[in-house]
Design a protein around this ligand. Structure first.
Ligand code: DAH
Length: 360
C-alpha cells in the first residue's frame, strides 16, 4: 500500500527538519507543511476515506501514530527553543543590583504601612512581638471561639463576606476582624503572651469613611496577674508615643464585645477647636479603640484555665489612625493607587520608625 510505504521516509525527513529548526517561526512552517490543513500528513489522512476497510485498519493507526509523534516532536523542540531564548535573554540582560537606585524611581511607603511600623516599634519596646493569621478564616476562629454564640446578632453586626461552602459544607469567611488571631496565638503559644497582630480585615461597607477592606491592629497580653490597670497604662503610654505628645490622657467608657468582660472603648483627650484634632490637650475626647479583659469563655476555648490566667485585649482601626496622625481627609484615595497621592502622603522606605530614633 503506497500510503504506508511512504511513512518512514516522511517521518525521518520531518524529524530532521524539526531538529534543525533554529527558531519558532521555522518550526511553525514545518508544522504547517506536515500537519496543517494542506500538510503532507493531513493529505495522506484524507486518502483513508477511499481505502477498503482492511487497508484502513493498518493505514489508520500508522498515520495517526505518525501525526502524534510529529506533533510531540514539534512541541518538544518548541519547549527547547523557548528555554534557549530565555537563557539567551538572561545572559544578555544583566542588571547590576549594586547600583544605587535612581532618585526618581524610589517608591513611597503607604501611610497605613508606616503606622503599622510605628506601632510595631512602640509595642516592641514594651515586649510585644508581632503575630499574624490568615485572611480567609473559619467560623470557629472568627466567631465561635471568640464567644459569639450561634445565631447571636453580633455575627450580623459585622456584615460578613461568606465564601461558597466547601466539600464539608463549611462556609469560610473573609475575617471581619483581627481577633481570630488571638485564638490562634493562645492555642499555639504558652503564656506569658504579648503580641500585636496587624492585618487586613473585610466587611460589606463602602462610603467616605468605610471601605470593604481595611486594616486593624489587635493586641493581646496574657499572664497570671494582668489587670485593667495594665491595659490602661500600656495603651495610654503607647498613644503618647504614637501622637508624639509628652503626656496623653485617656478614659475608658463601658462597652460591649462578646470576647471581653468587662469591655470598654478608649478615648484620648483632644482639642478640636482649631479645626484640626490635637491629641493630648483640650476638653474633647476622641474614640480610638475597643478593649477589655479577655472573657473566661475565650480562655477556656483556648484550653487556658481562667482561674490561673487572665489578660487584656484591644483592637483598633489603623486607617483612621493614619488619617488622624497625618491629616488625610478622605479614606477612599488609600486604595486608588494614585501615584501623586502616594508621593504626597507616602513615607521614605528603608527609614524604619524606631522609638529611640524617631517615629515619623
Ligand atoms: N474585634 C473588634 C472589632 O473589630 C475590636 C476589638 C474590640 C478587639 C475589643 C479587641 C477588643 O481585642 O478587646 O470590632
Amino acid at each position: 500500500m503506497a500510503v504506508i510505504d511512504d511513512l518512514p521516509k516522511i517521518e525521518s525527513e520531518a524529524a530532521k527538519a524539526i531538529a534543525a529548526a533554529g527558531d519558532e517561526a521555522s518550526l511553525e512552517s514545518i508544522r504547517v507543511a506536515e500537519l496543517g490543513k494542506k500538510g503532507r500528513v493531513s493529505l495522506l489522512m484524507r486518502e483513508l476515506g477511499g481505502m477498503t476497510p482492511e487497508q484502513r485498519t493498518t493505514a489508520g493507526p500508522a498515520l495517526n501514530g505518525l501525526k502524534d509523534r510529529l506533533g510531540a516532536a514539534i512541541n518538544a523542540r518548541k519547549a527547547e527553543l523557548e528555554a534557549a531564548a530565555i537563557n539567551a535573554r538572561l545572559e544578555t540582560e544583566r542588571e547590576d543590583l549594586t547600583l544605587p537606585p535612581r532618585p526618581e524611581a524610589v517608591g513611597a511607603l503607604h501611610p497605613v504601612m508606616q503606622v503599622f511600623e510605628e506601632l510595631a516599634a512602640i509595642f516592641a519596646d514594651m515586649g510585644f512581638s508581632v503575630a499574624e493569621g490568615p485572611d480567609i478564616e473559619d467560623d470557629f476562629h472568627n466567631f465561635t471561639a471568640l464567644n459569639f454564640p450561634a445565631g447571636h446578632p453580633a455575627r450580623e453586626m459585622h456584615d460578613t463576606f461568606f465564601l461558597k461552602p466547601d466539600a464539608e459544607g463549611q462556609r469560610k469567611v473573609l475575617r471581619t476582624h483581627t481577633s481570630p488571631v488571638q485564638i490562634r496565638t493562645m492555642m499555639t503559644q504558652a503564656p506569658p503572651i504579648r503580641v500585636i497582630i496587624p492585618g487586613r480585615v473585610y466587611r460589606k461597607d463602602w462610603d467616605a469613611t468605610h471601605t470593604p477592606m481595611f486594616h486593624q491592629i489587635e493586641g493581646l497580653m496574657i499572664d497570671k496577674s494582668t489587670h485593667m490597670g495594665h491595659l490602661k497604662t500600656c495603651l495610654t503610654e503607647a498613644f503618647s508615643r504614637f501622637f508624639e505628645v509628652p503626656t496623653a490622657q485617656s478614659r475608658l467608657r463601658p462597652h460591649y464585645f462578646p470576647f471581653t468582660e468587662p469591655s470598654a472603648e478608649m478615648d484620648m483627650r483632644c482639642d478640636r477647636s482649631g479645626g484640626e484634632i490635637k491629641v493630648g490637650e483640650g476638653n474633647d475626647w476622641l474614640e480610638i479603640l475597643g478593649c477589655g479583659m479577655v472573657h473566661p469563655n475565650v480562655l477556656r476555648n483556648c484550653n487556658l484555665d481562667p482561674e490561673e490566667y487572665q489578660g487584656f485585649a484591644f483592637g483598633l482601626g489603623v486607617d483612621r489612625l493614619a488619617m488622624l496622625k497625618y491629616g488625610m481627609p478622605d479614606l477612599r484615595p488609600y486604595f486608588e493607587a494614585d501615584v501623586d497621592w502616594i508621593k504626597h502622603y507616602g513615607f521614605k522606605p528603608w527609614l524604619l520608625p524606631t522609638v529611640t530614633g524617631g517615629l515619623s
